[in-house]
Design a protein around this ligand. Structure first.
Ligand SMILES: *[C@@H]1O[C@H](CO)[C@@H](O)[C@H](O)[C@H]1NC(C)=O
Ligand SMILES: *[C@@H]1O[C@H](CO)[C@@H](O)[C@H](O)[C@H]1NC(C)=O
Ligand SMILES: *[C@@H]1O[C@H](CO)[C@@H](O)[C@H](O)[C@H]1NC(C)=O
Ligand SMILES: *[C@@H]1O[C@H](CO)[C@@H](O)[C@H](O)[C@H]1NC(C)=O
Ligand SMILES: *[C@@H]1O[C@H](CO)[C@@H](O)[C@H](O)[C@H]1NC(C)=O
Ligand SMILES: *[C@@H]1O[C@H](CO)[C@@H](O)[C@H](O)[C@H]1NC(C)=O
Ligand SMILES: *[C@@H]1O[C@H](CO)[C@@H](O)[C@H](O)[C@H]1NC(C)=O
Ligand SMILES: *[C@@H]1O[C@H](CO)[C@@H](O)[C@H](O)[C@H]1NC(C)=O
Ligand SMILES: *[C@@H]1O[C@H](CO)[C@@H](O)[C@H](O)[C@H]1NC(C)=O
Ligand SMILES: [Zn+2]
Length: 720
């Protein structure tokens, strides 16, 4: 079932952001050509007076100050109400109405956590579950640091032999079973990368293993390694060997938000369900590459060799270990891990600029909580930009400007545990959101490197590309790029990915709201500094020394978001391109067609979906013409009709109920891949069932998906 053989270099590119997967992009680039051809741009860009005010309002010194504030205090989900209040206060100073929205959600923290390797000769090695304290990085030594952990992990005190399982995909486990390696009752040792970490834990659990350890391998750092002559952080761009990647191991392809209130808002008196279905029961622990190496070493010359395994990502980047699977007789690991879970408050911050039309709303959001004291990239590069964005719009408001559509800013809490803050807000504002929301724009890791990428709905793509051409790209060690457009095209060759569930857009998108997710990452293959993802070194010190020393990338990303927000909120006609949306759906259809051709149900009849897409395409062309005429004739009645349809049509995609076994995923166009967990599957209702070999359900979901597309097409229909 695992078809794409992705070259190692591609795998090492851009794999970060909360739970985003840039690998998916490169896999896509192998499968079909991008929809957007290279376009000419006018340089320098010409901006209108209002655009100029917005763009010039961004100040790298202020952004650096906001970043410094956010990255100097514990702000793990539910830990820091004063950061929420400070954010609201800043937005008020900028001229917005702002308030806190509190939700009681299920949180988990480790009570204690310990991992010990015991070799056959009785010698032991104790893993270090915090990074080294560096004098060059002030927040690496903050007091009361919680050991690195996996949120939603199970608890346990288990001692067992352990087996190296490569990336920890289902196919990796199959290789071990085929080779006759006994894995039941043992502990899995997986390397991070390629698939979502929680899926690795789930695969270990499903194979009867009693614990899971996930370590960072230098493989993902491409050429930027110490072995290759680069110095490690803080002296150079390579990975500090003590870095640990924290993260949630919840079953993210099954739900979003609070696992005790799946599908409804977490209010104080809400009934609470059991989390068992949504979280692993076995304990799991993240390790640094230094400690991972010690565990790998102890397995040498036992079990399946890397060459025998013959799996992508199995042989890692250490030159001096063989990556044999083990188990090695008498070599055991003890995981002693106690997680505690309870209900605790989290605080979203909501900021508002009222529009003249109250039934059209644009939302821009970013999460505020971070795994570590810093969080300079994830997520506070986005949070710093959002404050500057509030000030930019404040300048227009000060001049008496009122947007046509209401603008809402959201600073979400507890994203890292599982998109809790945003999901509970969305769930507590349905159906108002489904009657008014025009779009949701998501910023998470706005900057962890220079390379800009997007995932998002088809109707928004041409407009987003036009705005990229208006923003100058800062100078830096990454080469000469005139505008964000030039950088974006260089990175993606013109591709915008479909949406999975890696960040706070998930619950908006799954309720049929047009969404775009925006960010910039580094690419080790291009020599960018290694981003210490979800680690103590994702700090202000790292950001201001390595990733964005002048905060120029932050500035450019902020300017882009400002223009996107401004045009969506204030253009007479919402700047959607429906014929392009149709083209994107057709390209997803052709992806599905390929999946099916390679599957056991290769004769599945896709005609109903194909016919629905033809209707959609026809209606999309038609409304695009109507919009042109309405604009040319300044026909305000017709403009109102077009806007209402542009706002609403995507609700059709979410009109057929939830996907089987994952009811909060309702958008028939895309959802996180069940097995991958990061990247998106297109037409997931069909894809899930085809992959599981369930013919009748696959047929049913072809019909349901077709019906949803028809529903979207009906909403677009205009009689003239
Ligand atoms: C909350 O964050 C701020 C700024 O980052 C910090 O000054 C403050 O100490 C933090 N509060 C708590 C309770 O950790
Ligand atoms: C975990 O088990 C080991 C023996 O296997 C024991 O020494 C240790 O005290 C246990 N930890 C706790 C917290 O009970
Ligand atoms: C490794 O797997 C690939 C396909 O995934 C196959 O083409 C190749 O022959 C295999 N190599 C060995 C040594 O088995
Ligand atoms: C293996 O290589 C790493 C650097 O990649 C080094 O830190 C480590 O000490 C080496 N271990 C052994 C046993 O040679
Ligand atoms: C914005 O609109 C809401 C809803 O109509 C209203 O309650 C609120 O007072 C308005 N806020 C401002 C600042 O005008
Ligand atoms: C991206 O830029 C690099 C270096 O400037 C260049 O070698 C490469 O051809 C560019 N790629 C694209 C797709 O423009
Ligand atoms: C702001 O940008 C300018 C120009 O790149 C640079 O000289 C300055 O150091 C930057 N300020 C900060 C605080 O990074
Ligand atoms: C679907 O795939 C089959 C081959 O498996 C091909 O013949 C057909 O043209 C494809 N249809 C579309 C619409 O892409
Ligand atoms: C369009 O019509 C509205 C009111 O009917 C008017 O206020 C506006 O100035 C007109 N715009 C243009 C570009 O003619
Ligand atoms: Zn994030």
């Amino acid at each position: 079932m695992i078809r794409a053989i992705t070259p190692v270099l591609f795998l090492s590119v851009l794999t970060y952001a909360c739970q985003r997967d840039w690998n998916a992009l490169h896999t896509r680039l192998h499968n079909h050509s991008p929809l957007h051809k290279r376009q000419s741009i006018s340089y320098p860009p010409l901006l209108t007076e209002t655009e100029t005010i917005l763009v010039n309002s961004f100040d790298n010194r202020s952004i650096s100050d906001w970043s410094h504030y956010y990255t100097h205090g514990d702000h793990l989900g539910s830990h820091n109400k004063s950061q929420a209040e400070w954010t609201a206060q800043k937005w008020r100073e900028a001229g917005l109405t702002a308030y806190l929205a509190e939700y009681p959600i299920y949180v988990t923290y480790p009570e204690y956590s310990r991992l010990t390797l015991r070799r056959a000769d009785g010698s032991t090695h104790e893993a270090n579950l915090v990074e080294d304290v560096l004098k060059e990085d002030d927040t690496s030594g903050y007091p009361n640091v919680i050991p690195a952990y996996h949120a939603m992990s199970g608890s346990g005190n288990v001692t067992a032999e352990y087996v190296y399982v490569g990336r920890g995909t289902r196919a990796d486990f199959q290789v071990l079973k085929d080779a006759g390696i006994e894995i039941e009752g043992k502990i899995a040792l997986a390397n991070y990368g390629a698939i979502y970490r929680g899926t690795k834990v789930k695969n270990a659990q499903d194979n009867g293993m009693v614990g899971c350890v996930i370590y960072t391998d230098p493989l993902d750092d491409g050429p930027v390694t110490e072995e290759n002559g680069y110095e490690a952080y803080p002296n150079g761009p390579a990975r500090n060997p003590s870095t640990i990647q924290r993260g949630s191991v919840r079953f993210s392809s099954l739900y979003s938000g609070d696992p005790t209130t799946v599908g409804y808002a977490s209010s104080p008196d809400a009934p609470r369900g059991d989390v068992k279905k949504y979280t692993p029961s076995i304990p799991s622990i993240p390790l640094s590459m230094k400690d991972g190496l010690a565990l790998l070493h102890a397995l040498e010359s036992h079990g399946v060799s890397a060459a025998e395994a013959n799996r992508t990502g199995w042989k890692g980047g250490f030159g001096n270990v063989t990556y044999d699977s083990g188990p090695a007789p008498g070599v055991v690991v003890n995981i002693d891990h106690l997680m505690r879970g309870w209900i605790a408050p989290v605080w979203d911050v909501i900021g508002i600029i009222n529009g003249t039309s109250e039934d059209e709303v644009v939302i821009v959001g970013n999460h505020r909580d971070a795994w570590v004291i810093g969080g300079a990239a994830d997520p506070n590069s986005g949070s710093a930009v959002l404050i500057e964005l509030a000030y930019a719009f404040g300048k227009l408001v000060e001049k008496g400007w009122k947007p046509r559509r209401t603008i809402i800013l959201g600073s979400w809490d507890a994203e890292e545990f599982g998109l809790q803050g945003s999901t509970e807000w969305v769930e507590s504002h349905l159906p108002w959101l489904t009657t008014t929301a025009v779009a949701y724009l998501n910023l998470d890791v706005a900057v962890s490197g220079p390379r800009t990428m997007f995932a998002g709905s088809g109707e928004m793509q041409p407009f987003v590309i036009e705005q990229m051409k208006k923003i100058l790209f800062p100078e830096g060690s990454w080469g000469d790029f005139d505008t964000i457009y030039d950088m974006w095209f260089n990175v993606t060759e013109g591709d915008i990915s479909p949406l999975g569930s890696g960040s706070d857009y998930a619950s908006f998108y799954q309720n049929g709201i047009s969404c775009i997710d925006i960010g910039s990452d580094g690419s080790p293959a291009s020599g960018d500094p290694i981003y210490h993802y979800h680690s103590n070194y994702d700090s202000y010190a790292w950001m201001s020394r390595f990733a964005d020393p002048t905060f120029g990338l932050h500035t450019a990303m902020g300017q882009l978001i400002a223009l996107l927000t401004y045009h969506i909120a204030d253009d007479a006609i919402i700047p959607w391109d429906l014929p392009h949306a149709a083209k994107v759906l057709e390209s997803y259809f052709s992806d599905l067609n390929t999946t099916i051709a390679d599957s056991e149900i290769s004769d599945l009849d896709l005609a109903p979906l194909q016919s629905a897409l033809s209707t959609f395409t026809a209606n999309a062309d038609r409304i695009a013409n109507v919009a042109r005429l309405a604009k040319a004739g300044n026909d305000t009645v017709m403009i109102g009709v077009v806007n209402a349809k542009y706002r609403d049509f995507a609700r059709g995609f979410a009109s057929q109920g939830g996907l089987p076994g994952r009811e909060t995923f309702r958008n028939v166009v895309s959802a996180p891949g069940i097995d991958n967990g990061y990247g998106a599957d297109v037409w997931p209702g069909v894809t899930d069932n085809v992959n599981a070999g369930r013919r009748e359900l696959a047929e049913e979901w072809v019909r349901k998906s077709a019906r949803a597309v028809e529903r979207a097409a009906e909403i677009l229909w205009v009689g003239m």
